[in-house]
Design a protein around this ligand. Structure first.
Ligand SMILES: [Zn+2]
Length: 244
């Protein structure tokens, strides 16, 4: 039974990814250089910037905070993801955006005004939806938080909640995929559905790469400390991001 490559659509043999596309993704994932910036809290509750050495450290840090039942952890997790997301525009700018998330701006209320109960409810129910395979409902729930109302940022939160199943859809990805406006128009139901389809496409590529690894292809991606891993949905997205 012949198959076609999910990326280039050329005919393939065993897998739905060809060796050329697999190799290109591997090189791109291995050269992903986005800063591994995060925020932690000082004893007095101030956000202090830090840097991880590996992608896996960053992902585990954010995932465990966002999946926590403690509202303070969730507050820090959302703040740290926003800080990370804006970090390429500089630390000062990024800290400022984090402050907007926390305290609001232009009459919009931030996380502090939202309150701990609501915060736990939103992030907790988003996580539940995502774990149940309803990524569309999950991203819609996250977009109820001011400053996370666009796909570009709500998808950063879903991706750190569940890197196995979700990837980010931002301007860099949009320039290649052209599925929906990532930074305007909010997270409507059609956009939430498109986002879920996009994640499933990324995941199907990750699955094929992992099948290839099982067949003996040297396709594990390598983190900054030289440890190598099977592919998650977020790794496919990072490869595509890196390959712009
Ligand atoms: Zn291909």
């Amino acid at each position: 039974m012949s198959k076609t490559c999910l990326i280039c659509k050329e005919p393939t043999n065993q897998l739905s990814i060809c060796e050329t596309c697999a190799h290109e993704l591997l090189l791109a994932r291995n050269s992903y250089t986005y800063p591994l910036a995060y925020l932690r809290l000082s004893k007095t509750g101030e956000g202090i910037p830090g840097f991880f050495t590996t992608s896996m450290q960053l992902d585990k840090y954010h995932s465990s905070l966002l999946r926590s039942k403690n509202p303070n952890d969730i507050f820090l997790g959302l703040s740290s993801v926003v800080f990370w997301g804006y970090f390429i525009f500089g630390e000062a700018y990024s800290l400022n955006r984090t402050k907007w998330l926390q305290s609001g701006r232009d009459g919009q209320s931030g996380l502090v005004a939202l309150g701990k109960r609501k915060l736990i409810h939103i992030v907790g129910s988003a996580t539940q939806h995502i774990v149940n395979g309803r990524i569309d409902l999950g991203i819609k729930e996250i977009s109820n938080i001011q400053e996370l109302g666009q796909i570009s940022f709500s998808s950063k939160i879903t991706s750190f909640i569940e890197p196995k199943s979700c990837g980010i859809y931002d301007k860099v990805i949009h320039d290649q995929f052209k599925l929906m406006a990532p930074n305007q128009g909010g997270v409507t139901r059609p956009k939430a559905n498109k986002y879920m389809d996009y994640c499933q496409y990324l995941k199907s590529i990750a699955i094929e790469l992992n099948k290839g690894i099982n067949l003996g292809y040297p396709w594990k991606w390598t983190d900054k400390n030289s440890s190598s891993y099977n592919w998650r949905t977020i790794d496919t997205e990072r490869a595509i991001y890196s390959n712009r």
